[in-house]
Each structure stands twice: as C-alpha cells, then as structure tokens.
Design a protein around this ligand. Structure first.
Ligand code: URA
Ligand code: CA
Length: 445
C-alpha cells in the first residue's frame, strides 16, 4: 500500500477501505507516515467528504491508536454527555450530579477550556482543593462508591487525534464535518461509556453556525456511535446567546449550584432537564422522557442533586462548604457594570463576542498552556427578549485589574458590541431545535 495512492483516491472522490484507513492511522500514529502526507489527506477529506462507513472505520482506527477505558466494573448503563462547545455552557456541572443522584452512574472525563469555549475541569478547579487528577482505577472506585467522578484525562487516549487535530489546526482543515465527527466520537468511545447523549450546538458561539450543518454533524456522530454498538442520540440546541447568566469559571460554579437548588437561569435549567431526561432514558432509569423529567424535578426539589454535588466535591478533596456559601470561591477584585444606552428589547446577544470578552479578561486560554484566572468573567443580566431602558444594567464584568485599566474598557466595549437593542418587542429564542436518533432527524418547531 502506498500513502500516495490513498491520497490520490480520496482526492478523486473515492472511498477508502477499512484496511486503507487503518494503514494511514497506524502509520501516522507510529510516525512512519509524515505530517505532509496526512495534511494532504485531511485536505482531500475536507473537499470530498467521507461515507458513513469510512467515518466509522476512521473513528475505530483512531480509538485503536491508544488506550481505552473499561468501565465494566461499574454496574449499570454508563451514559456520557458531550457538548460540541459553547459559551457559558455550565451544563456538565449541573447534569453530572443531577443524573448521578437519579441513579445513572457518571464516570466523566472532562476537558479544559480552549478558545472562547469553557472547560468543565477548569470550572471544577475553582472549588478550593478540588482534585481532578484521579487515575482510572481511582475514578472507577469513586463511581462504585458514590456514583460519580469527574476527572481529567490521564490515560493515553486517542493519540492519533491529538496529532491529527494539531495538524488540522495549522492546515485549515479543522472545520471538516467528517474530521470533527470522527475526532469527537473517537474520544467518546475510548472513554468507555455504554451510551451517549450529544449536545450539538448551533449559532453564533458554536462550531456549527447553521442549523442544517448542526443536524448533519449530529447525524454523522449518531451513525458512528450506533455503528460502534453504543446507543447514541444528539440534541440540537441554541448557542446564539450564552447559556445561563454566567461566563467564567467560579461564576459558573455558582450558577450550577443555584441551578441544582432550583434557582438557576431558565435556559440552563431547561437544557439540563432535556439532556438529563435523555440520559435517564438511555441509562434505563426512565421509560420515557416525560418520566425522566419528573424524576429530575424531584431530584432537585428533594435536595438529592445538591447532596450528590457535595459528595462529588468531598470525594475529590474539594471544600464542600461552597455548596451552601459561595465565599470560598475565587472572587474578582472589581465588578464593573455595563449599562444600556438605548431603549427597547434585546434582539441579539452574540455568544462569541461575550466569549471573547471573557477570554480577554483571562477566563479562558488562547493556547493550551496559558494560565486561567478562575475568578473573572461576565454575568449577563439582560438576555434576548428582555426589555431594557437607558441606564439599565445589561451585564456585570468581574475583573482582576483596575476599573480604569485598558482591559476593562476593552471588555466593556465587547459586551456592548455583543448586545443588539431594537425598539420592537421580540420573543425569547427557541432553545431546542430537535434531535437525531438512529431513526433519523426530528425537528421541533
Ligand atoms: N472538538 C473535537 O474534539 N474535535 C474536533 O475536530 C472539533 C471539535
Ligand atoms: Ca452559564
């Protein structure tokens, strides 16, 4: 087999066999196939796409490039949730304890933030003492004893993806649907869950700006997961404006705790109910989504979900006091309000621009080795559909510099740019656009 011929075949729109795909990925991982050939291959895929069969084979080849986690020692159906990434997406912090309290075991490998999208690990580490560097055995033991663990990746999972993603990043091939779908699903499969609930985000702050693209990505990922023998569904959700009020690590921990107390923002709470109901259904703890929702509502109302968060924090050596009192969380030195200039209604609140503001403040990372300021961020007061009068607070910026510093002005400018206020009233935006299961797509209107 010659790599040249495989590149040529894909360039011409041909379909690669499983053996050919395995050859490429094994050679690339081992270093016997050079970056420049994989770059050309990635570009060929970018233009020619891949069939469902090719995507499944590529995903499995990538899974096979490194270690895989076995969760078989944990009884029950392990359901993992994955979000394709958004701004202020606080859902994992809420969902993990919520569904664990309802009986679905959660063995979560979470990531760190990169670019304008946040990472669950950074958020959890805003809790003083919280340890995310558990070994796989320690994680399994934690889930066996209390049904939940959220850890950083320690094992050598999917090295082929690490290499390929870095290559795509510098060869303009990140935004290729087959490469995104296989990259995400290879990591999900390697982490060992039995079933997946995917939150595919669409809109300003998401990878997929258009609804149609989001549905197509969701279909590809559901096809891969199902093809690999794991029940997989994808919910298509709105990421035009940030989710909830808070964007920033400690601020989102606070928001998650409020949500588990039943006092969180409506959009975040609703998304957690929807994704959580699917997790209960796939985990065999509910027979339909309606029943799942009822169980989750009771789990919040009884305080069981909040108790589960307390248990998670205790087990991972964090300060459980934060659950009842936010004062141990890192707090920014100053808060600066951003006030409305115009009268009217919020028509848009651009998620990516808010994300960029939070990044500028230090809440995220530009490259993977950048430090993160856990205290800073933005708390949105007005969201799409809300009425505003001149002088009303639109948002509050939490920052660790003087209020007159250039950074404060820059962040304030970005937040003002994110808001679009117009005179006519406007409805609250639709949060859930539909879902994809093995039967196909289901649009919600
Ligand atoms: N997230 C991933 O893990 N991989 C991609 O290719 C894109 C987003
Ligand atoms: Ca949020």
């Amino acid at each position: 087999m010659r790599v040249y011929d495989l590149i040529l075949k894909k360039r011409g729109g041909g379909e690669l066999s499983r053996e050919e795909i395995n050859y490429l990925i094994a050679g690339y991982t081992a270093g016997t196939i050079p970056d420049y050939q994989l770059s050309a291959f990635a570009m060929a895929v970018y233009f020619q796409g891949m069939t469902d069969r090719e995507m499944l084979d590529l995903t499995l080849a990538m899974v096979g490039s490194g270690d895989t986690v076995s969760l078989s020692k944990i009884p029950g159906v392990k359901v993992d949730k994955h979000s394709t990434g958004g701004v202020g997406d606080t859902t994992t912090l809420v969902l993990a304890p919520l569904v664990a309290a309802a009986g679905v075991p959660v063995a979560k490998m979470a990531g760190r933030s990169l670019g304008h999208t946040g990472g669950t690990l950074d958020k959890l580490e805003a809790i003083p003492g919280f340890q995310s560097s558990l070994s796989i055995d320690e994680m399994i033991k934690a889930v066996q004893t209390c049904g939940i663990a959220v850890v950083g990746q320690t094992a050598n999972l999917v090295p082929a993806d690490k290499k390929l993603y870095a290559l795509r990043d510098v060869t303009a091939t990140v935004d290729s649907l087959p490469l995104i779908a296989t990259s995400i699903m290879s990591k999900k499969l390697a982490a060992g869950a039995d079933a997946f609930v995917l939150d595919v985000k669409t809109g300003d702050g998401a990878f997929m700006k258009e609804l149609e693209e989001a549905f197509t990505l969701a279909e590809a990922m559901v096809e891969i997961g199902t093809g690999a023998g794991r029940e997989t569904i994808a919910v298509i959700t709105n990421m035009d404006q940030p989710l909830g009020w808070a964007v920033g690590n400690a601020l989102e921990v606070k928001e998650a705790i409020l949500t588990l107390q039943g006092k969180g923002p409506v959009d975040l709470a609703e998304l957690c109910q929807v994704l959580g109901s699917w997790m209960l259904l796939l985990g065999g703890k509910a027979t339909c989504l309606q029943e799942g929702r009822k169980i989750l509502e009771q789990t919040i109302a009884s305080g069981a979900a909040l108790d589960k968060l307390r248990e998670l924090i205790r087990l991972q050596h964090g300060d459980t006091a934060v659950v009842d009192d936010f004062s141990p969380l890192p707090r920014a030195k100053v808060t600066v309000p951003v006030k409305a200039v115009d009268r009217g209604y919020v028509h848009r609140l651009r998620a990516e621009t808010v994300g960029r503001a939070a990044m500028a403040l230090g809440a995220g990372r530009e490259t993977k080795d950048d430090p993160v300021d856990l205290a800073v961020g933005v708390v949105l007061v007005k969201k799409v559909g809300d009425r505003v009068d001149p002088g009303d607070e639109l948002a509050m910026i939490h920052l660790n510099c003087a209020p007159e510093a250039p950074l404060a002005a820059a962040a304030r400018g970005l937040i003002l740019e994110a808001y679009e206020v117009k005179p006519a009233p406007v409805a609250k935006p639709q949060l859930i656009f539909g879902y994809v299961d093995r039967a196909g797509r289901h649009r919600i209107f």
